[in-house]
Design a protein around this ligand. Structure first.
Ligand code: URA
Length: 482
């Protein structure tokens, strides 16, 4: 039944994803077109909409409406877009839901304007989350019991405080902290996360001794010879400067840079006092953790190579134990690094398509990577994937070996050369052995195939042929170990 009158939908708050989902499903099932729906996140003046009722309460949605089949990628997209500050985001998402239900080919259209806009919004949200993680600066204050608490002031662009707080909780578990922002505040007391209404900047504490120390440190590590102001502004956009204590040093330090780098060049060279010792990397020597949980907890503390320093987190494998297949990729990409899960970005979407084509269910497989931290270089605002060095892959090998021992897969699939080398312990030319079963020293079988990112980088005219090879290899692996 098509409703012609406008439907006003009142959500419980700016980030009410559950409310949006329940109502959107109900509206879709009742045939209410997107332009008949008016989405609101807070109650406006009483007369604005008269006495218009929310036409679709979650209660009704749950009782009367069969669940619509919503593509998994869209649910993940919604979860991010809902956090965007654009007031039209819920209208956009409902329009997309409606269109996905009525235009089955939409999901495969990479140029659709609505999908592109939603993806851009999701990207802006994850960028903002990333910046918050990088630029929150805590200051020490005594709490009511006289102990030390840490308080930070931050001004996010989007509604990300609740979604980002668990990351701060994991990172700063031992501290009691509060992050104050204009719309929402987050509090961690060592036991529970709480959220409250927004605060004003005046409520944030003034500079403390820790901050003076940080400024001294920043002044000392500032290398005038490496100063690239344009790139610095890109990574640390000016809009964040007023809350960053070190930002006020940038202008005077930059002004002195030329003179300081001139005098650095005139100095005689310093003699290194310590030789860099290569990392000992022996899978056998690594401690055993006994369970996947223990392994993944320890993984978050991995300092086996320098990649941990720039990555957001280590990305553990995921999937059931004793699966028919364990798929091993190279390393987490940008999205995986942010979400802490393997294969959730563009390569993961391509992998999902190939798995569908091969008749394999992703949930039945175990997905992991040879290297656990994202290696990238910054180009402007973008983090561009860099292939891990052999030394980095070798430093990670013991995580993979222990994971294989704990997960006990029926067989292994190496996605690309880095995974193949880590699994087989020798360099492997993917094009030479693709689609073949090879044996590891422990007797386990490894099928080598393309890495989905390699397909994404190929010229478009080659992609369909290689995609069929890729899906065919996966089907072969699945068929042999069903
Ligand atoms: N590429 C990989 O190899 N692994 C991921 O998890 C994502 C992209």
């Amino acid at each position: 039944m098509l409703l012609s009158a406008s439907v006003h939908v009142q959500l419980a708050g700016e980030t009410d994803f559950a409310g949006f989902r329940a109502r959107a499903r109900a509206l879709l099932a009742r045939g209410v077109p997107p332009d008949a729906v008016n989405w609101r996140t807070h109650t406006g003046p009483a007369d604005l909409f008269g006495n218009a009722e929310d036409a679709c309460t979650p209660h009704m949605a749950m009782e009367a409406v069969p669940a619509a089949a919503v593509p998994v990628f869209f649910v993940a997209l919604c979860e991010e877009v809902v956090l965007h500050s654009d007031p039209q985001r819920f209208a956009l998402l409902y329009r997309l839901l409606w269109r996905l239900a009525h235009e089955p080919r939409l999901r495969d259209d990479p140029l659709d304007a609505d999908l592109l806009l939603a993806r851009r919004m999701a990207h802006a949200v994850s960028h903002d989350m990333h910046k918050m993680r990088a630029f929150v600066r805590f200051r020490e204050v005594p709490d009511e019991q006289g102990a030390v608490a840490h308080v930070a002031w931050f001004e996010p662009m989007h509604h990300i405080v609740e979604a980002n707080a668990p990351w701060f909780m994991r990172r700063f578990t031992q501290m009691h902290w509060a992050i104050l922002t204009p719309d929402r505040c987050a509090f961690w007391d060592g036991a529970a996360l709480r959220f409250g209404a927004g605060a004003s900047r005046a409520e944030a504490p003034a500079a403390d001794a820790g901050e003076a120390l940080w400024l001294t440190y920043y002044r000392n590590i500032f290398n005038p010879a490496r100063l690239k102001l344009a790139s610095m502004r890109q990574h640390m956009p000016r809009k964040y400067w007023h809350n960053l204590p070190e930002a006020r040093l940038i202008t005077p330090l930059a002004a002195e840079a030329q003179a300081r780098s001139g005098s650095m060049i005139e100095q005689p060279p310093t003699q290194p006092t310590r030789r860099m010792v290569p990392l000992p990397v022996h899978a056998d020597a690594a401690p055993a953790h006994g369970t996947l949980d223990a392994l993944n907890t320890a993984l978050q503390h991995c300092r086996g190579c320098p990649l941990f320093a720039a990555a957001t987190q280590a990305v553990a494998g995921e999937g059931p134990q004793r699966p028919a297949l364990m798929l091993v990729g190279e390393q987490p990409g940008d999205q995986e690094d942010v979400h802490g899960r393997p294969f959730v970005g563009p390569a993961g979407q391509l992998l999902d398509r190939a798995l569908r084509q091969a008749g394999l269910a992703r949930e039945a497989l175990y997905l992991t990577n040879a290297v656990r931290h994202f290696k990238f270089e910054l180009r402007g605002q973008r983090r561009i994937h860099k292939t891990p060095a052999q030394r980095e892959a070798a430093a990670c090998a013991h995580w993979l070996e222990e994971e294989i021992a704990l997960v006990q897969p029926g067989a292994l699939v190496a996605l690309g050369g880095t995974a193949a080398r880590s699994l087989l312990g020798r360099p492997v030319a993917v094009t030479a052995v693709r689609g073949q079963w090879l044996a590891r020293e422990d007797g386990r079988r490894v099928l080598v195939t393309w890495h989905p990112s390699a397909l994404l980088r190929m010229p478009p005219h080659e992609q369909p042929r290689v995609f069929l090879q890729f899906a065919g290899d996966l089907a072969l692996a699945g068929g042999a170990h069903a």
